[in-house]
Design a protein around this ligand. Structure first.
Ligand SMILES: NC(=O)c1ccc[n+]([C@@H]2O[C@H](COP(=O)([O-])OP(=O)(O)OC[C@H]3O[C@@H](n4cnc5c(N)ncnc54)[C@H](O)[C@@H]3O)[C@@H](O)[C@H]2O)c1
Length: 345
């Protein structure tokens, strides 16, 4: 069988996409694109990819790709996704899906018109802990979920300070759209992606703005955002995200679901990117803690999952529709923060 031809655009996070595809026997990364010449050479050499482009558009025109992975600054997700569909490829786009929901809608519409797949790289689903919890939730272990809390805080972790992450015109926002997007997706996925109706959000930037002033750097996004999201089914979700906060932890991630029969937590260990998962049950008047010890089966990368879904003609997880729902919630949080009152989604 011919391998699927993959092109990767943007070689920061994009290098992990290359590694992900190279772990799949059914795909081959045949070309990469990045306007940064030094990065293009470094990553091309490191991963053994000879066909390199300064222009993503030129790559799309020449290479007849089956899959395009997009890992550029958020501003370019929409235009490159549209160009990739026009070139006849399926798209795996980094999170956040786009700068806002309107762009996300255009991407989804383009996917439907081209009859191609759009997956968003919600990579925190692809851990043993997240996958195991999802199976348990689908078996009904929690009963009805009525409350959840999902957070990602950093003591000081402003990515590439002075660069595109802190410029709203390139990023769409700060830690909410950068980190919060992952924890929001994880909570929504475990909750079964309920339909949001109301959002109350706040955004602040005391630490980031002061640092920018001191260093003469560009920074016009929040450094902390919080929100309460109310769903049609009556459930409530609290979301918190920061790049800079006066807490003890360097990196703090936690997602909790509260159900009528049990609750769960997925959180990072010792301020790292390693995770643990637990479920808290009540049965016959007794309380039990169920801790996940080591995985029993390996979890594929999001890239390998996307390839397998295409090859086997099965649905992929993290579809564009869910990316769009996340964007709608993020838009409402930013709008609520600006207006200083709750906003309907
Ligand atoms: N899923 C995750 O865990 C995860 C982790 C990090 C970043 N990301 C996402 O990946 C994307 C990139 O983030 P990053 O940290 O790699 O940023 P980065 O700045 O390190 O890298 C972005 C790269 O894109 C290139 N680029 C810019 N414009 C381009 C264009 N028009 N065409 C092709 N290449 C272009 C830049 O030269 C740069 O090499 C963002 O959307 C970010 O949110 C996701």
């Amino acid at each position: 069988m011919n391998k699927l031809r993959v092109g990767v655009i943007g070689l920061g996070m994009g290098r992990h996409h290359i590694a992900g595809y190279q772990g799949s026997p059914a795909a081959e990364v045949v070309a990469v694109a990045d306007p940064n010449d030094a990065r293009l050479s470094e990553i091309g050499d490191k991963y053994g990819i000879a066909t390199r482009y300064i222009s993503a558009e030129a790559m799309l025109e020449k290479e007849q790709l089956d899959i395009v992975s997009i890992a550029t600054p958020n501003k370019y997700h929409r235009s490159l996704t549209l160009a990739a569909f026009a070139a006849g490829a399926h798209v795996l786009c980094e999170k956040p899906m786009a700068m806002n929901a309107e762009e996300g809608r255009q991407m989804l519409e383009a996917a439907r018109r081209a009859d191609k797949r759009l997956m968003i790289n919600f990579s925190y689903r692809f851990t043993e802990q997240s996958m195991a919890l999802k199976s348990l939730v689908e078996e009904g272990i929690l009963g009805d979920v009525y409350f959840a809390r999902t957070i990602w805080h950093r003591r000081r972790g402003l990515p590439g300070f002075g660069g595109w992450f802190g410029q709203k015109a390139l990023s769409g926002g700060g830690p909410l759209i950068d980190l919060g997007v992952h924890r929001l997706d994880l909570a929504l996925w475990l909750m079964g992606y309920p339909k949001p109706v109301w959002v109350m959000g706040s955004a602040y930037s005391p630490i980031g703005s002061a640092l920018a002033l001191e260093k003469g750097a560009q920074f016009d996004v929040e450094d902390l955002a919080v929100a309460m999201i109310k769903f049609e089914n009556g459930a409530t979700l609290e979301l918190e995200a920061s790049w800079a906060a006066n807490i003890s932890e360097r990196e703090l991630m936690e997602t909790r679901l509260f159900g009528t029969k049990a609750g769960l937590v997925q959180r990072n260990l010792e301020e790292t990117y390693k995770f643990e998962a637990e479920v808290y049950l009540e049965r016959d008047g007794a309380h039990y803690n169920m801790k996940l010890h080591g995985p029993t089966r390996p979890v594929p990368t999001s890239m390998a999952h996307f390839v397998d879904s295409i090859v086997n003609d099965t649905p992929h997880i993290a579809p564009g529709e869910e990316g769009l729902r996340v964007m709608e919630i993020l838009d409402a949080i930013y709008a609520s923060a600006t207006l200083g009152q709750p906003v309907r989604v």
